[in-house]
Ligand binder design. Structure first.
Ligand SMILES: Cc1cc2nc3c(=O)[nH]c(=O)nc-3n(C[C@H](O)[C@H](O)[C@H](O)COP(=O)(O)OP(=O)(O)OC[C@H]3O[C@@H](n4cnc5c(N)ncnc54)[C@H](O)[C@@H]3O)c2cc1C
Length: 396
């Protein structure tokens, strides 16, 4: 049996970044994925903010940072457009398949071993640490002191090590996306988002440009909603001649945890990271940046565990504390905004688009509750019912 310090299960953004950070700190790391190719399928709109990249010290590369994004255009159910243009690059639409391979190269160069076609079918604790059993092309058994569960939204690995992770259907979004070419849209330096209960109940339709005539066109809706994401997306595309005329060159789908934040993401010999730990922005469903930043926290906690030779839940608890302090509390506030938005009618959404500036909507969606309360009171003075609903969610 091959021995490692840490076995990372899942070689997507969380797992690859964790492997890089652990290897950089001198640990002996194995990263396993059941896929046959890193980055494929992509299951992603490919939007990534510059803030995340800066904090991660990842310099955007032209091979994967394919479209600069300077802001967003939001469309209310009545078509009213609210534009947020920062006039400078705030993020990128990336080629995620290339980005993940880039992360894999960095991790491998730092000393980590990555293996695809390695489906982890069993993980159990032993006297020495953990035993990981793999079936598929590279069937094997590995031992390690620590396991990082980076195995995505419906994590089975944490459960195998006695940390049951549950999520309600209402805290999951169903995502469906077509990568489309030969389509017409304006302002390729903005991401475009359409809202409304008839457009995308409890979610939105997005168009994330990748050049002038090419974009990811997708939808996220509550997974508990009876009609399918495809029905809504196809209906939306059918109503837009400029999009309808294009071709679909790729289909992507997947579930997105937009709630169910976990107080506890550790157990003896185990740290859970990324979608597996529901570390996703509850309003827009972005999880790549959060997953990679959590991976860095996990790696530094793991290094301390190795220094002390203590891999107990208690020793790893620092990961929960740091993550909640840095990200969890803000995401919890953003979750309240999500609950608020989904309680609103199309008429209310139209009123918001007519009353607030793009900057104010940005502030609201980023969980700045105190500042948001102030402009809600000021701007909705003639709409007391809507103000009351919004303030109730912000205050509760
Ligand atoms: C349609 C859609 C659009 C999205 N758009 C965006 C966006 O624009 N921007 C953004 O930031 N986020 C977006 N997200 C969310 C983002 O894709 C996730 O948050 C991100 O992929 C989480 O990364 P992860 O590494 O935690 O998990 P995942 O990317 O889910 O990776 C988990 C990995 O674990 C592997 N695995 C699972 N089980 C096993 C096993 N037993 N053995 C071996 N390997 C295993 C899987 O093969 C997979 O590679 C979107 C999601 C969807 C579904």
């Amino acid at each position: 049996m091959e021995e490692y310090d840490v076995v990372v299960i899942g070689a997507s953004v969380a797992g690859l970044r964790a492997s890089y950070s652990l290897a950089k700190k001198g640990l002996n790391v194995l990263c396993l994925d059941r896929k046959q190719e890193i980055g494929v399928p992509k299951q992603c709109g490919e939007g990534l903010s510059l803030n995340h990249l800066r904090r991660l010290r990842i310099k955007p590369q032209s091979c994967w940072a394919v479209q600069k994004i300077k802001g967003a255009a939001l469309y209310a159910p009545n078509g009213k457009k609210v534009e947020i243009d920062f006039g400078k690059t705030m993020g990128f639409i990336i080629e995620r398949k290339i980005f993940e391979k880039y992360l894999a190269k960095k991790a491998s160069k730092a000393g980590a071993t990555i293996k695809v076609r390695s489906n982890v079918v069993g993980v159990k604790r032993t006297k020495k640490g953990v035993e990981v059993r793999v079936q598929d092309l590279f069937s094997a058994k590995y031992s390690a002191k620590l396991v990082f569960a980076c195995d995505g939204p419906q994590s089975a690995i944490a459960n195998m090590l006695g940390l049951p992770i549950r999520i309600k259907a209402s805290d999951l979004d169903s995502g469906l996306q077509y990568e489309m070419t030969n389509i017409e849209f304006e302002q390729p330096e903005l991401i475009h988002l359409w809202f409304g209960n008839n457009v995308a109940p409890r979610g939105y339709v997005w168009l994330f440009p990748k050049g002038k005539e090419h974009a990811n066109v997708g939808i996220g809706i509550g997974a508990h909603i009876k009609a399918s994401a495809k029905e809504y997306l196809d209906k939306w595309i059918a109503s837009r001649p400029g999009i309808r005329k294009g071709s679909i060159v790729e289909v992507n789908s997947g579930v997105i945890p937009v709630g169910g934040l976990l107080e506890k993401m550790t157990a003896n010999n185990l740290i859970v990271i990324g979608d597996a730990a529901h570390q996703v922005n509850p309003i827009h469903g972005g999880g790549m940046g959060l997953a990679m930043e959590a991976a860095d926290i996990a790696a530094s906690v793991a290094v301390k565990a190795f220094e002390k030779g203590d891999f107990s839940d208690r020793a790893l608890d620092e990961y929960n504390k740091i993550w909640w302090e840095k990200y969890g509390n803000r995401l919890k506030r953003i979750l309240r905004i999500r609950y608020m938005v989904e309680s609103l009618s199309d008429k209310d959404l139209n009123a918001i688009a007519e009353s607030f500036t793009g900057e104010e909507i940005m502030m609201l969606q980023s969980g700045e509750l105190a500042k948001s309360k102030k402009f809600i009171i000021k701007k909705l003075i003639k709409r007391p019912r809507l103000a009351k609903i919004m303030l109730r969610y912000l205050t509760s």
